[in-house]
Design a protein around this ligand. Structure first.
Ligand SMILES: Cc1cc2nc3c(=O)[nH]c(=O)nc-3n(C[C@H](O)[C@H](O)[C@H](O)COP(=O)(O)OP(=O)(O)OC[C@H]3O[C@@H](n4cnc5c(N)ncnc54)[C@H](O)[C@@H]3O)c2cc1C
Length: 617
């Protein structure tokens, strides 16, 4: 079997931050450059499965280092795409170049890449390359094997896994949770030092400036700024401020109210349905996801935001729903403000598979021509959106945390009413605002939990969408899906107690007991997940869930930026850490400097005292 692995050189954001220059561009000079960590896992998967592994990278001459790194670990050879004409490419243009290079090399049975890159964190290049090559994809996989001439891939989904069977050739993106990369060997290093890597230009690949480079890229970065952190003046529990005072304060502030105000099912509105915009063709679509037969909370959040933005784009809100049959999600979508529901029904659309969903959505978009489309940045949205963007040759911003509509000026051109898509980049250290000034539709995936789901009932017109699939669209089979539902509601929790790597197997039960005493949900930092203390579904942060509870208790969590971006909107934060200089105290309202083993039982006791007193009253 022949495999091609796509690798990228990135600044090592695990060891140092990047800066932002005065002109708004990223200063990478002070940060060491490494092979993107997830790409090393993809390389490992290739080395274990395939007989022949070639790596391709695109970048400046220095990017040759990652080819040498790959050869030192066992890759047979590598190719560098290096040309000024390729500089500034967004994910659409990068995918055009990489797909052309794969074809130039005679194709492959298996194309692999990391699920995301450390710097951009878009996860889009893999699916966009798959669409260009016309092969099926499986994204965010942590297990992969060849089984009777097909691939069996286990992909991570919210709260569990999904196992897919794919025909070859296929493209797979690999998560960092498996295929631990091997180290370079001595013979490998010798091979790498002698290796010669062909350098290909855009012209060698037959690529014109219409499909690669900055100018051709549909997505433009309008602005870069450091990600601001919340400024909370942390009050420390000490001699003059006791555990009991702390609990009283939290109760006074209403931080212990666990009535479930975030739950979608608890939302009701007495407002009668309105039809303000029903006569207007929707210009802003939300691609809705279903939970069983109901609308997912993340889709309700997007519809609510779309209701605010749609008038500025000159139309109403469209809800795109693809399902096996007409579904209860339509009334849900109407409740959250859709003017028109575009409904595609076919048994072939359930369970979710990327290619049939992408085909139906792309066809509907071509027919109805919305200005912009929003997807939730779930494992489904981040699988589907890039494939559709490649089909429509549209720009896509990943994992946005804010959206607005406004003008944008570029040189002598002024563009009115563009969707401004704000997204964290560079491991959360930078906020980038992206726009797609020319190509339509403008597309974004949006992090769940950043907008509130607010019922605004509308009279929704249902428009049936044609389902015209091609035989290849159904080549992927869903073999199995394991989702533990109890793990996936963190985004809606009012009180969260999160444990970090400062806990261990012996103290983890203290986190659970504290959560039980306050009626909260248990969550974890990535440090705790990596230590095996909690499942990945409980991870809060950049690559976990974004939460916005009334109270967030961080126990033995250091406060890495990637964690903070997921909990920064908590109304009140209480941190317990043995290190008085831990960064988590900068984003906490209340702090306890101490060992979790000692502080958590005292907190639990103090909270229990309050609830018992409440029962006595
Ligand atoms: C691309 C990328 C994405 C990432 N995404 C996420 C994400 O989504 N979520 C996330 O959480 N991280 C994420 N990370 C990882 C992040 O950078 C940190 O490594 C991680 O958050 C650290 O977890 P931690 O705070 O539990 O562990 P550590 O950083 O090891 O901190 C442990 C803390 O516990 C304290 N401590 C130790 N023992 C005790 C004790 N007995 N009592 C009290 N305190 C104690 C220590 O003082 C320390 O502050 C990501 C990283 C990258 C590169």
């Amino acid at each position: 079997m022949k495999a091609i692995v796509l690798v990228k050189q990135v600044p090592d954001l695990r060891t140092a931050d990047v800066g932002i220059r005065e002109d708004g561009t990223i200063a990478r000079e002070g940060t060491p450059a490494v092979t993107n960590p997830a790409d090393l896992h993809a390389l490992e998967a290739g080395l274990r499965i395939a007989d022949e592994v070639t790596v391709i990278t695109m970048g400046p001459p220095k990017a040759e280092e990652v080819l040498r790194d790959a050869v030192s670990r066992g890759a047979g050879g590598g190719v560098l795409l290096c040309d000024r004409a390729l500089a500034g490419s967004d994910t659409w243009a990068t995918s055009n170049a990489l797909a052309a290079a794969i074809v130039h090399l005679g194709g492959a049975d298996l194309v692999l890449c990391g699920a995301t890159a450390l710097d951009g964190e878009t996860g889009q290049v893999g699916p966009e390359v798959a669409q260009r090559l016309g092969v099926p994809q499986a994204t965010g996989c942590e297990d992969l094997e060849v089984d009777r001439g097909r691939l069996r891939a286990r992909r991570i989904v919210e709260g569990g896994y999904e196992t897919l069977s794919l025909p070859l050739p296929a493209l797979i993106t690999i998560a960092e949770t498996s295929f631990a990369p091997r180290y370079p060997t001595l013979p490998g290093r010798r091979n790498a030092s002698k290796a010669q890597f062909p350098v290909l230009s855009a012209a060698d690949l037959g690529l014109s400036s219409d499909v690669v480079g900055l100018e051709a890229s549909p997505t433009k970065v309008a602005r870069m700024e450091p990600a601001p952190l919340p400024d909370r003046k942390c009050r420390m529990v000490g001699s003059d401020f006791t555990y009991e005072n702390l609990v009283d304060k939290l109760r006074e502030q209403g931080a212990l109210d666990t009535t479930g105000t975030h739950a979608l099912s608890g939302d009701h509105s007495d407002d009668p349905p309105t039809a303000d915009q029903a006569s207007t063709e929707p210009k802003l679509w939300v691609v809705c996801e279903l939970d069983g037969d109901c609308l997912k909370g993340s889709s309700a959040e997007l519809l609510s935001k779309a209701v605010e933005l749609a008038p500025e784009l000159g139309g109403g809100v469209g809800a795109f729903v693809a399902a096996a049959e007409p579904t209860a999600a339509l009334p849900d979508a109407a409740r959250f403000g859709s003017d028109v529901a575009y409904l595609a029904t076919s048994p072939q659309l359930s369970p979710y598979r990327c290619q049939p969903h992408a085909r139906v959505l792309a066809d509907a978009v071509r027919r109805h021509q919305p200005e912009a489309i929003l997807f939730a940045a779930t494992t489904t949205g981040r699988d589907l959106a890039p494939r559709v963007a490649a089909m429509l040759d549209a720009g896509l911003a990943a994992d946005c945390t804010d959206l607005s509509v406004g003008p944008w000026q570029r040189r002598e051109h002024r563009y009115e009413a563009l969707l401004h898509q704000v997204r964290p980049a560079m491991a959360g250290g930078v906020l980038a605002t992206c726009v797609s000034p020319v190509v339509r539709p403008q597309m974004a995936t949006v992090r769940p939990g950043v907008f509130e789901a607010t019922p605004r009932p509308r009279r929704t017109e249902v428009v049936q969408v044609a389902v015209a699939l091609e035989p290849g669209d159904l080549a992927v089979e869903v073999l199995d899906r394991e989702v533990r539902r109890s793990d996936v509601r963190l985004a809606e929790a009012d009180v969260i107690v999160a444990g970090g790597a400062g806990c261990d197997e012996r103290s983890w039960h203290l986190v659970e007991e504290l959560a039980a005493a306050i009626g909260g949900k248990v969550a974890a930092s990535r440090g705790a997940v990596t230590a095996g203390l909690a499942p990945r579904a409980l991870q809060v942060g950049q690559t976990g869930t974004t939460v916005h509870p009334d109270l967030y208790v961080a126990c033995g969590v250091s406060g890495a930026l990637q964690h903070i971006v997921g909990m920064r909107t908590a109304r009140t934060v209480l941190a317990v850490n043995r290190d008085p200089d831990a960064f988590i105290f900068h984003v906490a309202d209340y702090g306890i400097v101490g060992e979790v083993e000692e502080a958590l039982p005292r907190l639990t006791e103090a909270f229990r005292g309050v609830s018992n007193a409440g029962e006595d009253n």
